[in-house]
Design a protein around this ligand. Structure first.
Ligand code: INI
Length: 169
């Protein structure tokens, strides 16, 4: 018999930090709106949400790392938008911010979520920030809720636990 362990999406009592880049702000502001919408609709008290702003996506891992070290949060959600231009700059910023966030997520006691859009064009970025393809900020916040619940469980607190359906045993 298999046991499934998963985090609930209940946000009541959680403290969440958003680390958001100002670069391409017309996109990242939409990501913040999506994230706040998700968190508040799942019971997170707006007073328990803190937003830290960085100049660009490059700076997000360093700031997120300090937010984790500062303590007091149950999850950190990183939001940014890296849009391809005519130079290789995009590649460096996109790769290093992703690598930095992945490394931080692996070593942190709380979930650190990657909510950075990497897009070939402004149109593609707009699509992922609340237009045609959903809102990546909303999705990242949802991931943060689930992961915070799962970490709480793994750290010994209550979490949803259910038996696998017949066919999956
Ligand atoms: N920062 C972004 O967040 N998105 C981008 O698309 C971007 N591009 O393409 O240049 C960008 N660059 C700035 C970078 O994040 C740093 O802030 C800057 O290099 C100073 O360290």
């Amino acid at each position: 018999m298999a046991w499934i362990h998963e985090g609930s999406l209940e946000g009541g009592g959680l403290r969440v930090a958003l680390v958001v880049s100002r670069f391409n702000g017309f996109i990242t502001e939409r990501l913040v709106e999506g994230a706040l919408d998700c968190l508040e609709r799942h019971g997170v008290n707006p007073d328990d949400i803190d937003i830290f702003k960085t100049p660009g996506a490059w700076e997000i891992p360093a700031v997120a790392s300090r937010v984790v070290l500062a303590g007091g949060f149950d999850a950190v959600v990183c939001l940014g938008a890296v849009i391809r231009g005519d130079t290789p700059h995009f590649e460096y910023v996109a790769a290093e911010s992703a690598k930095g966030i992945a490394a931080l997520a692996a070593e942190s006691d709380i979930p650190v979520i990657y909510g950075i859009i990497t897009a070939d064009s402004v149109e593609q970025a707009v699509d992922r920030a609340g237009a045609k393809s959903g809102n990546r900020g909303f999705d990242a916040a949802m991931t943060a809720l689930e992961m915070a619940g799962l970490y709480r469980y793994l750290d010994g607190e209550a979490c949803e636990e259910e038996e696998a359906p017949e066919g999956e045993k």
